[in-house]
Design a protein around this ligand. Structure first.
Ligand SMILES: [Zn+2]
Length: 95
């Protein structure tokens, strides 16, 4: 038993289901978004969408100026790596 698992806020990797309310279709697309009012700028929230709802969700996010990126969802298990790891900046100086 681990309360941390329940409160961690990580999206489950096992099932990729469309985020649209009431839709249970398999997701084919991921929509990356960020709400600057509640998230730090580098934070990315990810919604998953099926073919049918990817456009709908993207428009929803664009209308609210939350949309950042739409990416294909890689098929297959164990493919749900976060798309971008934040790297420390200003470390690319060379002697
Ligand atoms: Zn859907």
């Amino acid at each position: 038993m681990n309360l941390g698992d329940m409160l961690g806020g990580r999206e489950p990797a096992a099932e990729a289901i469309c985020s649209r309310k009431g839709c249970r279709a398999a997701a084919t697309t991921q929509l990356l978004w960020n709400n600057p009012r509640i998230h730090t700028p580098e934070r990315r929230k990810i919604w998953l969408a099926c073919d049918e709802h990817a456009g709908w969700l993207e428009r929803y996010l664009r209308e609210r100026s939350l949309w950042k990126q739409t990416l294909p969802l890689a098929p297959g298990p164990a493919a749900s790596q976060p798309p971008a790891q934040s790297r420390p900046e200003g470390t690319n100086r060379r002697p």
